[in-house]
Ligand binder design. Structure first.
Ligand code: T46
Length: 139
């Protein structure tokens, strides 16, 4: 996995009544959750994201269907297929992301460390690259 990303496996409870995945802050999600949102009804061929965050940490879970996520820094990049409700993709600060190849039934649930704040977004790639080079050199 590239820097500031990781896959997290969640424990599933399966019984005769179905399946259940509990997510506990600190145990399963490595930050205090201040916001959640979900993305669905994405048409074929649509690509979303195209930004980084300065501080925000998030966990992306494809709870139904499938989606691919490109995560990228100035130094490395990776395409990740999310198609299991028991896998979370952690994305930390200074990572560019694009979401694509949504299946028509995909539901992408996201847990975020901060409230919605447009000033935390970097949407211009040149600006992102300058920010990330500084961020990662200070690590
Ligand atoms: C991210 C990826 C994975 C809100 O009003 N509140 C919110 O909390 C969010 C996330 C969005 N919005 C509004 C802002 C836009 O008018 O919803 C609309 C779509 O948001 P955006 O174009 O930012 O969606 P994506 O799919 O490009 O990015 C989202 C998150 O914004 C972003 O933080 O990492 O999903």
């Amino acid at each position: 996995m590239i820097t500031n990303t990781k896959l997290i496996s969640f424990k599933t409870f399966n019984d005769n009544y179905g399946s259940l995945i509990p997510l506990e802050v600190e145990e399963d999600i490595p930050f205090a959750v201040n916001r959640a949102y979900y993305i669905f009804n994405v048409e074929q061929g649509v690509r979303r994201g195209f930004h980084s965050h300065k501080e925000l940490e998030q966990i992306l879970v494809c709870v139904h269907g499938s989606v691919k996520i490109l995560v990228k820094t100035p130094f490395e990049s990776e395409d990740i297929l999310l198609d299991q409700p028991d896998i979370g993709l952690y994305i930390g600060p200074a990572v560019w992301r694009e979401m694509y190849d949504f299946s028509s039934d995909a539901v992408l649930l996201v847990f975020a460390s901060m409230h919605y704040d447009t000033s935390d977004y970097i949407r211009d790639y040149a600006e992102y690259e300058a920010f990330a080079r500084k961020y990662f050199s200070a690590m």
